[in-house]
Design a protein around this ligand. Structure first.
Ligand code: ZN
Length: 148
């Protein structure tokens, strides 16, 4: 576990939320993307080595739509970067942690992600993301050698 990768905040409308997070708080939005798998539109606002992700449902079946219907806007999940998501999931599962995703799936930016169930994490939805050199958008040829 190397850092908090991002905090996911469920909002009704990204453009409304940006009036606070961007215009008032002073963060700047670096990108926006739709993650079809999660039926969510994501706005990325870097802050230090981490970022805030504003999450807006793209339809009423989105987990974000259900979250807001139940609890209103607010902190949705905390994302922790790990070196090897498979190994981490195996270790947590062996320790009895309930996993939402037993197999990593594709999240924002094409990264491998998986969620841990809040019933095992003291009520916080935790997302794990496997750290990788940024794909496509940054042409950084420095290689992170994979220690075996
Ligand atoms: Zn996330």
């Amino acid at each position: 576990m190397s850092k908090i990768d991002h905090l996911g905040i469920a909002v009704r409308s990204i453009s409304e939320a940006l009036k606070f997070f961007q215009d008032t708080l002073g963060l700047s939005m670096r990108g926006e993307e739709i993650v079809p798998d999660q039926r969510v539109r994501v706005a990325l606002l870097p802050i230090g080595d981490s970022r805030i992700e504003l999450l807006e449902a793209t339809d009423e079946h989105s987990p974000i739509a259900r979250f807001i219907a139940k609890r209103g806007e607010g902190l949705h999940h905390v994302c922790i970067a790990v070196e090897d998501i498979r190994a981490t999931l195996d270790r947590l599962q062996a320790a009895g942690v309930r996993l939402v995703d037993e197999v990593p799936r594709c999240g924002a930016g094409g990264h491998k992600i998986a969620f841990l169930h809040p019933s095992s994490t003291h009520g916080v939805l935790i997302e794990l993301v496997e750290e990788r050199a940024s794909p496509s958008d940054e042409d950084d040829s420095s290689m992170n050698g994979e220690a075996s």
